[in-house]
Design a protein around this ligand. Structure first.
Ligand code: CU
Length: 112
């Protein structure tokens, strides 16, 4: 059965090696993630393209998931996160540049 949920997955270029990972694009600016909520499935790999469309460096960290930590991403650059959510739940997404989380730069990863 196909359940039509309002999940928007932005698939990038289809050139990858047929790995089958879901992919999603998140834009980062001062001080927000867009979209602020992304969805994944437990046990299925997901690739997150984090585009810094802002004017200062940002990063993206999914708290509680080991590999879901980017390096610092300069303005105009895109960072890639690739990880497999271990279990269903709700995970906090933040940018840990000083002051950014407090400024509103946070989101949620919903794992189903
Ligand atoms: Cu930031």
């Amino acid at each position: 059965m196909l359940a039509g949920i309002g999940l928007v997955l932005v698939t990038g270029c289809s050139g990858g090696g047929g790995g089958g990972a879901a992919s999603v694009t998140v834009k980062m600016s001062e001080f927000k993630f867009e979209p602020a909520q992304i969805t994944a499935k437990a046990g299925q790999p997901i690739k997150v393209s984090a585009q810094n469309t802002g004017t200062v460096a940002h990063n993206i960290i999914v708290k509680g998931i080991d590999k879901a930590v980017s390096t610092k991403i300069a303005p105009g650059q895109t960072g890639m996160l690739e990880f497999t959510p271990p279990a269903a739940g709700s995970f906090e997404i933040i940018c840990d540049e000083p002051g950014h989380e407090a400024g509103g730069m946070k989101g949620t990863l919903i794992v189903q």
